[in-house]
Design a protein. Structure first.
Length: 764
């Protein structure tokens, strides 16, 4: 007998739902897994299911546990349900985030884990302060064994549902030569003494209570007639165990998620939780939402072609009734700056192409794999006057680590910059307390001199403690030395030296967190950006102009964001940039995570493509600056996995069509070695790879004369260059070739003096 009522008898909350969505709403008893592909209307189905349970009186609002991951999602769910059931939503105390619901439970049973009901939930700063105290008390070097590293490790253990007693010797070895478990136990004891817990404790404490107090577990199992979970693919071990305990009696649990969009392993999420749902709940009903209401068929086919290469998935096939639209465009460019120029040109063309006002900048987005990639796009958009916004983070020059580095550079460039001195005087921590800094400020005011001068003068007094005097003396000496070095090295090299010698780089490396790694990448990109400017002063002036270029709040703007931050969003036109091996998939994922990390990167590619409603453009560069060094870049293996019938390839290369064609004629396929290397790294990819490799054939679809340096392949050297010839270099300007050795040139530049460069970076 069908569960679906006749259309003319549909209650309001069922109208407009397709058949699988209706099935998800009406299949109320027993375990249900709703596999909801990108853009398939899972929120509408989830909301209607909640309303159905209440309208049909299968449960009172207070008997439904409904959990999700973000406050925003919880608010949206509550408001949607309110629109259907009215004030009944106020009787749903168990609708919220995992942490909010767990906190409500823990307040009722706090005494069972040694807390009082009015316990405090510590923020990150308070947690780190407690950990630092414990590290110091354990007589450990806090510079080597940092509080952030310990905090990250303890958070991982809590995400896995491990209490201190569960941490074995192997896990304990991950911190301070085997003392990790001991410090974890000390940390938990300290929190109990403070009547406090951190966010990880909210779930972990309740998990312990449910495991060890049968009466408490049974009371919640009886209370919750139905359990609903959104974004189930993002659950960690602790959340998974908590849900499984609560659902074991009635087994009326409905989990909504998409194994193809599990992209948060770095914060504890385990895609295995959704993959083993049917094993955990035998007889579970699996309902697939596959009709996409967002994207064109070409976009969906491209995304499906990529994700099909993952082995760890339950599988589904997205389809749509919308018009076919354009193929996904794949563009190869010469380098990162050319990528930014091309994206800017494409956006301007897109605006002009549509009816007036239809293609708004608000509908365009650039999705990056890592935060540091935003810098070139920001600089380019500033130069052409294109408004943009950074979502999910600060604009490049507004990030804390960048502002810290800029403060050091400002102080080197201008010793009287008191604001810069105040920012970095104790960054990274060097033992200068507020009292010591206040004394320097008092002397500066009294004598009307800059803080750097006051700091130098106070060193000859006994105003400061020996420790503070030593720390301040080192800083003053460092600044003076760096200022002297500015005359003997490039300002980019000076920045790298300053970051290393100040201890800033080491402090971030010691944190051993994903966030710290991202900040280090940003600093590397900062130094690279400085190379484009003749002097340090020129660069700092450029930054000031960028920082002052914020458009009106209500103006339309292009969105720049990471793929992670874009999950759940959609845009008319999406640019997916930096699709090269080592950038996307990221080198860290390839080096550290093996096949599991590669599959998560592929899921990230799937998420990225499915953000596009009408047009998707993928860009990859033949050359990238990686850690300050130019390297040849191999196109991402994900490009090879795109179905040929749904993709349009275009290769734009710099240096002029004649030289490009000459290279093709003389050497056949100059990208053959890149294709072979990618094929080797990707493993056996089947005919899909061969089709993608064919993009770099002897008859490219389009050859474009683009701005930039000429192409040079291998070490043979170019035969169009000779000693005495006048050439142009993108950084050093015009000069005359003095010597040629293979592909290396000695050039006497008109303004930069004699430099040794690769012939790849000069044009005639």
């Amino acid at each position: 007998m069908s569960l679906l009522p006749a259309a003319d008898s549909d209650p309001g909350y069922l109208r407009g739902l397709n058949a699988p969505q209706r099935e998800a709403v009406l299949t109320t008893d027993g375990p249900v897994l709703v596999l909801a592909g990108a853009g398939t209307g899972k929120t509408a189905a989830l909301t209607a299911r909640l309303a159905h349970l209440i309208f049909t009186r299968k449960a009172y609002p207070s008997e439904i546990l409904s959990v999700t991951f973000t406050n925003k999602a919880a608010r949206e769910m509550r408001e949607r349900v309110r629109g259907i059931v009215g004030d009944a939503v106020e009787g749903m105390p168990w609708l919220g985030t995992f942490h909010a619901v767990a906190a409500k439970m823990l307040r009722r049973h706090a005494e069972l884990v040694g807390l009082q009901s009015n316990f405090t939930i510590l923020d990150t700063d308070d947690q780190l302060r407690v950990m630092k105290q414990l590290i110091t008390a354990a007589d450990l070097d806090e510079k080597r064994w940092t509080s952030r590293a310990l905090g990250g490790l303890i958070d991982q253990w809590k995400n896995k549902g491990l209490s201190p007693a569960d941490v074995d010797a192997g896990e304990s070895e991950r911190f301070a030569n085997g003392r990790g478990g001991e410090l974890y136990a000390a940390y938990q004891a300290r929190l109990n003494a403070l009547n406090a817990c951190d966010f990880g404790d909210l779930l972990l404490h309740m998990l312990v209570i449910l495991k060890t107090h049968r009466d408490v577990l049974e009371s919640y199992q009886n209370r919750f007639r139905y359990i609903m979970v959104d974004e189930y693919q993002d659950t960690n071990s602790s959340q998974y165990l908590w849900l499984r305990l609560l659902a074991q009696q009635r087994k009326n649990i409905c989990c909504v998620g998409d194994d193809d969009q599990s992209i948060y392993s770095w914060r504890g999420a385990q895609v295995e939780n959704i993959l083993k749902f049917e094993k955990d709940f035998p007889g579970a009903k699996v309902i697939r939402l596959e009709q996409n209401y967002r994207s064109t068929p070409h976009i969906l086919a491209a995304a499906s072609g990529v994700i099909a290469h993952n082995s760890g998935r339950l599988g589904k096939t997205l389809f749509t009734d919308v018009a076919q639209g354009d193929r996904v465009k794949v563009i190869g460019v010469w380098d990162g700056p050319e990528e930014a120029r091309r994206v800017g040109d494409e956006i301007e063309s897109w605006q002009q192409r549509g009816p007036k006002g239809s293609n708004s900048l608000d509908g365009a987005a650039i999705l990056i794999r890592a935060q540091y990639q935003s810098r070139e796009f920001e600089d380019r958009f500033i130069s052409i006057g294109m408004p943009y916004r950074i979502v999910g983070g600060f604009r490049f020059y507004e990030r804390a680590e960048i502002r810290d580095a800029l403060a050091y550079l400002r102080l080197i460039n201008q010793p009287s910059d008191d604001l810069a001195f105040e920012r970095i005087v104790n960054v990274p921590k060097r033992g200068l307390g507020d009292k010591a800094v206040a004394k320097v400020q008092m002397l500066a005011r009294a004598q009307a001199i800059p803080l750097t001068h006051a700091a130098a003068r106070i060193l000859d007094t006994d105003e400061l403690t020996p420790q503070a005097r030593r720390a301040l003396g080192n800083l003053v000496g460092d600044i003076a030395r760096w200022r002297d070095m500015a005359g003997t090295m490039t300002h980019a090299d000076l920045a790298r030296t300053m970051l290393d010698e100040s201890g800033y780089t080491a402090a971030l490396q010691a944190e051993k967190t994903v966030e710290a790694s991202g900040r280090l990448e940003n600093l590397t990109e900062l130094a690279r950006a400085m190379e484009e400017y003749e002097t340090l002063g020129d660069f700092l002036e450029h930054v000031s102009l960028v920082m002052d270029n914020e458009a009106a709040v209500n103006d339309a703007k292009v969105t720049i964001m990471t793929i992670h931050a874009a999950k759940g969003l959609e845009f008319d036109k999406v640019f997916l940039v930096g699709w090269e091996e080592g950038v996307f998939p990221s080198q860290r994922a390839l080096d550290e995570g093996g096949l599991n990390s590669l599959e998560e990167e592929r899921r990230l590619a799937y998420v990225a493509i499915t953000r596009a409603r009408r047009e998707a453009t993928i860009l990859h560069a033949a050359n990238r600056r990686i850690y300050g060094q130019w390297t040849s870049s191999i196109p991402s293996r994900f490009i090879a996995e795109l179905p040929a019938d749904n993709v349009e390839h275009e290769t734009t290369m710099a240096g002029g069509a004649s030289l490009w064609q000459a290279n093709w004629s003389a050497q056949g396929d100059p990208f053959a070695h890149l294709a072979a290397a990618n094929a080797t790294r990707a493993g056996t990819r089947g005919p899909g790879w061969q089709r993608a490799a064919g993009n770099f054939s002897a008859t490219p679809q389009r050859i474009v004369e683009a701005r930039g340096p000429a192409i040079s392949l291998g070490n043979k050297g170019r035969d169009d260059l000779a000693v005495g010839q006048r050439v142009f270099h993108t950084k050093f300007g015009y000069g005359t070739i003095a010597e040629i050795e293979g592909n290396k040139l000695e050039i006497e530049f008109e303004h930069a003096g004699r430099k040794r460069v690769l012939d790849s970076f000069v044009s005639t």
